[in-house]
Design a protein around this ligand. Structure first.
Ligand code: ATP
Ligand code: MG
Length: 386
């Protein structure tokens, strides 16, 4: 008898994609999330992925596997030989471990046609054996207290728990994106949503030391670490931004500094995207949330980008974003009170309807020095792998 995690992936998601590539990538991502577990082995069988693992490590491994995108649900299962007497014995054993069930049902699936008994008959036989062994139990096909699942394949998998997971596509199948990751609530969720659709993340954090402290940076590192449980390996660029920001504040009209600063963030993120082979930028912006997130504001930020800018939270309310942040575990870290660079340099009356032409005009005075400053910022960036 062996303990495994039975992994189910979505069939619909497979249609447009190369099925085998998708499954191999999912296997790779599962292996990656379990790399600390020496006993873990991951293999493909028809329509499923099977993770075998020591019983002692099972629940911790399930916690990790559950978070991998591309998985619909998992079940902790027992693997036994595909022989009717062995299956019957195991069914009784599993039933005996349940103390509070009054009713039960057996759902049997024969995946291996070489097995001589058909699915409904396997179910009936096991039901009979259980009824004989436990006098008080009754069968309830519609709302059983306990549903025993039996999948007969080359080996037989028996389980009674379905744990639903996050779905999505395996990270990596949709290419790479550069996420502008601040220490706030929104951008980690923006990254999460894109990773859910298969995007591998390179994160870019603009650090304005000493205006933003080392603790503010650590907070971003911690957020990236939490995200990596879902998103797999994350590369985090910590870009020194103080000089650029100071120059903008010094030489541009106060009302426009936020937008101009955001435009330089996009430009630098795009330079990093190019270096890393990322084909899009991702931000945590949501329409109307703050002064710079009006249509005009987003338009002015967008205008500097030459690759698509994805804003997966554009139509989300803050409460909806917070809900996801709480569910995936980034919220508590995001609300730690360390300053982010934007709040320090925020003007009293920011422009809410900037005109791109006016912004471009203001940028003329700094354009030339910025070329070098941006190159330096990228080459001086610290790269942290999570
Ligand atoms: P968040 O909660 O993600 O910080 P926000 O609501 O504070 O977002 P803004 O400060 O306007 O909104 O930032 C909008 C987006 O710009 C962020 O979601 C993020 O993608 C990016 N961003 C802002 N500040 C930084 C920073 N210091 N480093 C990297 N990206 C940033
Ligand atoms: Mg913020």
């Amino acid at each position: 008898m062996e303990h495994v995690i039975l992994v189910r992936y979505g069939e619909i998601a497979l249609k447009g994609l190369n099925r085998r590539y998708f499954i191999d990538l999912l296997v790779k991502n599962i292996k990656n999330t379990l790399r600390r577990f020496e006993s873990a082995k991951v293999k493909k069988i028809q329509g499923r992925i099977i993770v075998s693992i020591n019983e002692a490590e099972l629940s911790e491994a399930m916690q990790r596997v559950q978070k991998v995108f591309g998985i619909i649900s998992i079940s902790p299962a027992i693997v036994i030989e595909s022989k009717m007497d062995v299956i019957e014995e195991q069914a009784i054993k599993m039933m005996a471990e349940v103390s509070d069930a009054k009713t039960f049902k057996v759902t049997a699936k024969r995946g291996d046609k070489r097995f001589p008994i058909q699915s409904p008959e396997i179910g009936r036989r096991l039901g009979g054996v259980i009824l004989d062994a436990f006098e008080d139990l009754k069968v309830d096909l519609f709302e059983p207290d306990f549903n025993l699942w039996v999948e007969v394949r080359e080996q037989t998998y028996m389980y009674h728990q379905f744990i639903s997971c996050n779905g999505g596509l395996p990270v990596g199948c949709s290419g790479k994106g550069a996420l502008l990751l601040s220490g706030g609530i929104d951008s980690p969720i923006a990254g999460y949503q894109m990773a859910k659709r298969g995007v591998e993340l390179t994160c870019v954090y603009f650090h304005s030391f000493p205006y933003t402290s080392d603790r503010a940076k650590q907070k971003v590192v911690d957020l990236a670490k939490i995200m990596s449980q879902y998103c797999g390996k994350i590369q985090l660029y910590v870009v020194p931004f103080t000089e650029i920001q100071t120059k903008i504040v010094e030489l541009c009209p106060p009302r426009q500094t936020t937008i101009i600063m955001r435009r330089y963030m996009m430009r630098i993120a795009e330079m990093i995207a190019e270096k890393e082979g990322a084909k899009s930028l991702i931000t945590g912006e949501s329409l109307g949330q703050v002064a710079s997130q009006t249509m005009e504001g987003l338009g002015a930020t967008n205008a500097v980008a030459n690759i698509p800018v994805f804003r997966p939270l554009i139509g989300f309310d803050k409460t909806e974003i917070v809900e996801i942040a709480q569910r995936i575990g980034t919220f508590e870290t995001s609300i730690l009170p360390y300053e982010d660079c934007c709040t320090i340099f925020v003007p009293k009356h920011p422009e809410t309807k900037p005109k791109v032409s006016a912004i471009e005009k203001s940028e003329e005075s700094i354009q030339e020095i910025m070329v070098d400053m941006m190159t330096t910022a990228v080459s001086d960036a610290e790269i942290i792998i999570l």
